[in-house]
Design a protein around this ligand. Structure first.
Ligand code: ADE
Ligand code: ZN
Length: 314
């Protein structure tokens, strides 16, 4: 099995329907009947309804231990597919809304990560992620909390959410603070919006990685610039096809980005929403073993883990 590493998977988007049902039962919640279809997967039909379904699934996590159980379940499954390193995007919004402290939330995630290392030898890390459509003030206060309460597994800061809202420059104070305090930074861009969104992200934010960034393939000059800078794209082909950005994997620009010299990695984004897994992404990338091993190497190099961890994993 090819060793794998993943840089772009959302904790809240990783909950398989069976686990969501288990968490709902544990927490005395009833999930709306339309959330899961007859095939057992989540039901949604466009980007905004995907975000709504995602928020609903997120509500199944109610107690601190739920967060640790979710990250453990994800790391266990990824390890079975050959992953040795996974960086999870974790949003502190849900625990904060529940009145769970930032520290208690991280303690639970830490326990899940430690348990997965012990049981499967996989290394997990946390990238704290803000939600773009919630605005820049929430992003900045999130980073202030993150830097005030450092944690050994929190290695980076990122932003997901609705890319059509606000501009990267609005979030520059949040990203600059995270960067100045030594956190790696990544931002979703060039997914639902075009190359101009990626240009703005690399111009205005101290990011070494872009979440998705695939629409960069529409602009040769941008691909050249990304290659020159060595910016790494967290490419999630299954997610892009599921969300209708491209009609098929064959039409996906992964190979064009590679041919242009852009550094790419492979990830699953929100696997049970997109009927994919990290292993599926590697299997369906249309690349040979040597290229896939190179992608894993790029992911480890571009990860936000400390140097000693990276060297051990390389
Ligand atoms: N949050 C979770 N998945 C996302 C995606 N694909 N794009 C933007 N925000 C997200
Ligand atoms: Zn994402």
């Amino acid at each position: 099995m090819i060793p794998k590493a993943e840089l772009h998977c959302h904790l809240e988007g990783s909950i398989p329907p069976a686990l969501a049902r288990e968490l709902a039962a544990r927490n005395g919640l009833e999930l709306p009947p339309g959330l899961m279809g007859a095939d057992g997967f989540y039901v949604w039909n466009d980007f905004l309804s995907f975000l709504d379904a995602y928020d609903l699934v997120c509500t199944t996590m109610r107690q601190p231990r739920d967060f640790g159980d979710v990250i453990y379940a994800y790391l266990a499954g990824a390890a079975r597919e050959g992953a040795k390193y996974v960086e999870m995007f974790c949003s502190p919004e849900r625990p904060a809304a529940l009145g769970i402290s930032y520290g208690a939330w991280l303690d639970s995630l830490e326990q899940g990560i430690d348990r997965a290392r012990r049981d499967f030898g996989i290394e997990g890390r946390i990238v704290v992620i803000c939600i773009r459509h919630y605005g820049a003030d929430r992003a900045l206060s999130m980073v202030r909390t993150m830097v005030a309460e450092p944690h050994r597994y929190v290695v980076g800061f990122g932003m997901g959410g609705d890319e059509s809202k606000y501009m990267p420059v609005d979030f520059a104070p949040a990203f600059r603070l995270a960067h100045d305090k030594g956190y790696g930074c990544t931002v979703h861009a060039g997914e639902v919006m075009g190359p101009e969104s990626v240009w703005a992200a690399i111009r205005d934010l101290p990011v070494t990685r872009i979440g998705h960034g695939v629409r960069s393939a529409d602009d040769p000059r941008l691909m050249e610039e990304l290659a020159r800078r060595g910016t790494v794209l967290e490419v999630c082909p299954g997610s892009n096809v599921a969300l209708g950005l491209y009609p098929s994997r064959a039409a996906h620009p992964l190979h064009r980005l590679i041919a242009a010299g852009v550094r790419v990695t492979l990830s699953s984004d929100d696997p049970p929403f997109f009927h994919t897994t990290l292993g599926t992404e590697y299997d369906k990338a249309g690349l040979g073993d040597a290229e896939l091993r190179g992608i894993t190497r790029t992911a480890i190099e571009a990860s936000f883990a400390d140097e000693a961890t990276k060297q051990r994993l390389l």
